[in-house]
Ligand binder design. Structure first.
Ligand code: IPM
Ligand code: MG
Length: 353
């Protein structure tokens, strides 16, 4: 049966990297139909809405979604509702893509590209499971209000229900079962009640997964441990905002955030796939962006949503091969390697396939 993939290029380098990823997908000769739609700043410009109804409708009907990136200085002055990021947050929340999987893997070919010592990062393979549709990103009430004394006050609400914690916890335990069977839950339970509950629910769940070893760590320590001794982690599970921050830190251990894919899944395995990095407006349109995170996101899409495991493996092997060939975009460039453009990198992966 034909599978339907919706492509959302977005802003900045989004269209360039997605173009290469779509070429890679096309090379596999699978029964996949590709449609595209607007999101983010591109959608604001065309329709005044960062997540047009048409886009949401297409996304609901697709088997999987591939997203580039959203945002840029052009829209920085916009009101919150008219910001490109609202499109991304909106689609995550509307489709209930609560489970965000962000693997951080160090390719041996890129050991030199990391700012950390090779012995600290070599062989690194961790998975961050980030809750994506709740927490302080979505909690109500929120806003900026004027107090009686005339001073303004900004406020957000950090809230998680038990069921929200339980469903992301299950995803994390199940992911750990398929990997090293160690799960570290990250909280701030020495200060925040919401994460006291988080911790309790994780402990409850642990009883159902006796083969997984659960530990807990405070988020500030986790940030430190990630740069001190990152290989101590197998799977980390945490809320929306802590996961946002820790996944950027983890990404950089691998040399470049330009290498890291992500999957955002709903309860049934339907998902949206995107690189972990942003829209990098400073290099947009210059052919400098690294398309590998988006290409690797296609591999995750084939594995998690389209049940094309062999094809996913092939993409990952092709990426290894181009790295072995010494081809590098600027973000992962090191001595003795060949600097290539976004398009050349995409073409090299297609050739390797
Ligand atoms: C990410 C991004 C987004 C987030 C932004 C663009 C809204 O940083 O996917 O990590 O904070 O979730
Ligand atoms: Mg982020």
């Amino acid at each position: 049966m034909t599978k339907h993939v919706l492509v959302l290029p977005g802003d900045g380098i989004g269209p360039e990297i997605v173009t290469e990823a779509v070429k890679v997908l096309g090379t596999l000769n699978l029964d996949i139909e590709i449609d595209s739609a607007l999101i983010g700043g591109a959608a604001v410009d065309a329709t005044g809405n960062p997540l047009p109804d048409e886009t949401l409708e297409k996304a609901r009907n697709a088997d999987a979604i591939l997203l580039g990136a959203v945002g840029g200085p052009k829209w920085d002055g916009n009101a919150m509702e008219q910001r490109p990021e609202k499109g991304l947050l909106g689609i995550r929340s509307q489709l209930e893509l609560f489970a965000n999987l962000r693997p951080a893997i160090l390719y041996p070919q890129l050991a030199e590209a990391s700012t950390l010592k090779p012995e600290v990062v070599s062989g690194l393979d961790i998975l961050i499971v980030r809750e994506l549709t709740g927490g302080i990103y979505f909690g109500q009430p929120r806003g900026i209000r004027t107090l009686d004394n005339g001073e303004r006050e900004g406020y957000n609400t950090y809230v998680y229900s038990e069921s929200e914690i339980r469903r992301i916890g299950r995803q994390a335990f199940e992911a750990a079962q398929k990997r090293g069977k160690r799960l570290c839950s990250i909280d701030k339970s020495n200060v925040l009640e919401v994460t006291v509950l988080w911790k309790e629910v994780m402990d409850e769940l642990a009883k159902e997964y006796p083969d997984v070893e659960l530990s807990h760590m405070l988020v500030d320590n986790a940030a430190m441990q990630l740069v001190r001794a990152p290989k101590q982690f197998d799977v980390m599970v945490t809320g929306n905002m802590f996961g946002d921050i820790l996944s950027d830190a983890a990404a950089m251990l691998t040399g470049s955030i330009g290498m890291l894919p992500s999957a955002s899944l709903d309860e049934n395995g339907k998902g949206m796939y995107e690189p972990c990095h942003g829209s990098a407006p400073d290099i947009a349109g210059q052919g400098k962006a690294n398309p590998l995170a988006t290409i690797l996101s296609v591999a995750m899409m084939l594995r998690y949503s389209l049940n094309e495991i062999a094809a996913a493996d092939r993409i990952e092997q092709a990426v290894e091969k181009v790295l072995d060939q010494g081809l590098r975009t600027a973000d992962i460039m090191s001595e003795g390697c060949k600097l290539v453009s976004t398009e050349e990198m995409g073409a090299a992966v297609v050739a390797a396939l």
